[in-house]
Structure formats: structure tokens, C-alpha cells
Design a protein around this ligand. Structure first.
Ligand SMILES: [Zn+2]
Length: 349
């Protein structure tokens, strides 16, 4: 890897040091046969913006690349997205029912939700931090009960974008204890199933205004006392991703205008996030494309591609990217071969 900082030896390059994600990206692109140049953050005084890397092939600069680490990539939907999702779902279902020539079946509550007649909850959004608190509360209640002695491992999957109130947690635990006692005595709870020793069931509880608490529970006979793990699936924090992409666009744009004169290069952002986007959107990849269009393509119209990666940095050459190629009117496209390492997924928008 070349380092632009070497050209400015008299400057302090503390802010140019590579973090773990940037090192991973540099190693990956070198393994793809590109020459990687680390760009200096101080190249043009204090005010000069710059992305992290310039990638070249055969001495020809190919693209500029900015790397972002997004630590708060998980949070429940903010109000705007919540309303948008609800109306989108409605539009889609209407379309589908017209196509199939069947009436739209829905509860009055659901229809009110889709039409935007139900307000966003005043308590605000759920977060991973709050989920940790809920898990603690459940453990404390369980630990005081006889079920704490059962040799069971319970995994709770939470899909709840809203605040879980104390009385709702209490009601859930009462239901859970009933199920665990049945399993402990060798029975399968009603509406649950048992597959190769794993018991699974859903807890779906309506709350006011057409919203639901939705928990998925798995139980295995294991260990010598009750163990509870909680996993929350809150959805992707698109607001944060949007903001980081815009900032990356600004950094790349500044450098290109200042330095490359009329010459344009492809512009790439690599985002490390905690959640696996494909897993998150597995049932509906169109929805994922829709989010990329809304939050990245329209808000950062300069970018050629965005590549998402989970922060696993053990096997650098085999990083798995989910790359979105953004067809933009005035921007060069990125050759697909660059990410073609056999494990990455590439999607055209
Ligand atoms: Zn530097």
C-alpha cells in the first residue's frame, strides 16, 4: 500500500492512521489485484476533505473509496419510516389484491394503521440498549420462580419496534413460565412444535392501536438450570446510513474537484454494519432495494456503488460484501469484477 502521507513529512498524521475496518478494506482490494493508496486526511490544510483510498489498476486511477463503521446500525423505525412503511405495505397489498381479483382482507385496526390514522407511539423508539434492560427484567423475575431450576436453555427472538412496558413483560413471563413447566414435564405446549429436541413457539400479543408484541421462542433441554438469551431484531437504522453516505459523498466530491480536474473516477463507499442486510430483508429483497434507493441513491446521487460488510475481520481476503451498483446519470460505474470474489453479492439498482 502506498501512503500519500509520505509526501507531507512535516505534518502530523495522527488522523491518517488506519482503523481495523480500513485495514480490512485495503487488504481486500489488494487481494483483488488493485494498487491501494491511503489518502492523507491533511493533504490540503485543515479544511480539505478526503476519502480514505484511491484504487488504481495498471497505474490508472479507477475509483475513490471511503470506509465507514456504523455502530448504531440497529434501532427501531423512526416516525417517518414507520409511516412510509405502513403506507407502502397498504399500496402493495391493494395492488396484489387487484391483480388477483380478490378483496383485500384486513382487520379495521390494520387498515387504520396503513392509512396513517394511528399515531406513532409517544414513548418513541425501541433500541438495543432498551432490549438489554428488558432481558435483565425477565431474568430477574424468572430467577425467583421454581422454573429457574429446570435444565432448559431459552432463546428469545424479539421483533418489536416499540417500547416493551413493564406490565407487558409481566404478562409475557407468566405465559413463558407456563410453557416451560409443560416442557419440563415432557409435554409440548399447545401451538408449539418440537423438532430434534428443540421446542419452538410464538408469542404474539395485540396491544393498543393495531400494534403487536411479537416474540419467537426456542427452548432446548440443556445444562443444569434455566438460561435465557435474548436476541432482538429491530431493523436497520437507515437514518444513520443515509447520513454517513452523504458525508462520504462530500469527502469524495471535494477531492475529485480539487485534484482530478475534469477527470472523473468511480465513487465507492464501504459500510461496516452489525446486521446482515440480506438476512434482515430475506423475505422481501425488493424492500431492501427500495431502502437503498430512498436513502442512498436519491440522497447521494454521486455514488457509483455502496458495499455493505459485516464487521468480521478474521479472514480479510474473503470478506463478504453486499454491493449495490447505483446507476447514476453523471457518475462512472464501477467494474463488477472488483468485488467478484465468489462470496460477495452484487445487485444493480
Ligand atoms: Zn496524512
Amino acid at each position: 500500500m502506498q501512503r500519500e502521507c509520505d509526501k507531507y513529512l512535516h505534518l502530523n498524521h495522527e488522523s491518517c492512521k488506519l482503523n481495523q475496518a480500513e485495514s480490512a478494506v485495503a487488504t481486500f482490494f489488494e487481494s483483488r489485484g488493485l494498487s491501494v493508496e491511503r489518502l492523507c486526511a491533511r493533504w490540503l490544510s485543515e479544511k480539505g476533505l478526503s476519502p480514505d483510498f484511491r484504487m488504481s489498476r495498471d497505474n490508472q486511477p479507477l475509483f475513490l473509496c471511503e470506509v465507514k463503521l456504523i455502530w448504531s446500525s440497529t434501532a427501531a423505525l423512526p416516525e417517518g419510516d414507520w409511516h412510509y412503511n405502513n403506507t407502502e405495505e397498504y399500496r402493495r397489498l391493494i395492488e396484489e389484491s387487484e391483480k388477483q381479483k380478490v378483496p383485500l382482507l384486513a382487520l379495521p385496526d390494520q387498515i387504520a394503521l396503513w392509512k396513517g390514522e394511528i399515531p406513532y407511539p409517544a414513548e418513541g423508539r425501541n433500541t438495543k440498549q432498551k432490549e438489554r434492560g428488558y432481558e435483565e427484567k425477565i431474568k430477574q423475575i424468572l430467577n425467583k420462580l421454581p422454573v429457574a431450576l429446570l435444565p432448559l436453555e431459552v432463546t428469545l427472538h424479539r421483533h418489536d419496534p416499540f417500547i416493551w412496558r413493564d406490565e407487558e413483560i409481566q404478562a409475557f413471563v407468566i405465559d413463558l413460565v407456563e410453557k416451560l413447566e409443560l416442557i419440563g414435564s415432557g409435554q409440548i405446549p399447545h401451538d408449539w412444535y418440537c423438532d430434534f429436541g428443540t421446542y419452538s413457539g410464538h408469542y404474539r400479543q395485540p396491544r393498543d392501536h393495531g400494534r403487536f408484541i411479537h416474540n419467537f421462542i426456542r427452548v432446548q433441554k440443556r445444562g443444569d438450570h434455566l438460561v435465557l438469551n435474548s436476541i432482538s431484531h429491530l431493523g436497520i437504522n437507515w437514518q444513520k446510513i443515509e447520513k454517513d453516505c452523504r458525508e462520504a459523498q462530500r469527502q469524495i466530491r471535494f477531492r475529485l474537484y480539487q485534484e482530478h480536474g475534469g477527470q472523473d473516477l468511480a465513487r465507492v463507499v464501504v459500510l461496516f454494519i452489525e446486521e446482515d442486510l440480506i438476512y434482515e430483508y430475506l423475505p422481501d429483497l425488493d424492500k431492501l432495494k427500495d431502502q437503498i434507493k430512498r436513502h442512498i441513491q436519491t440522497k447521494s446521487p454521486d455514488l457509483s456503488a455502496v458495499a455493505f460488510c459485516n464487521p468480521i475481520v478474521s479472514d480479510l481476503a474473503n470478506l463478504r460484501f453486499i454491493v449495490f451498483h447505483l446507476a447514476q446519470e453523471h457518475t462512472l460505474s464501477l467494474p463488477k469484477s472488483i468485488f467478484d470474489n465468489g462470496v460477495s453479492i452484487q445487485i444493480d439498482l
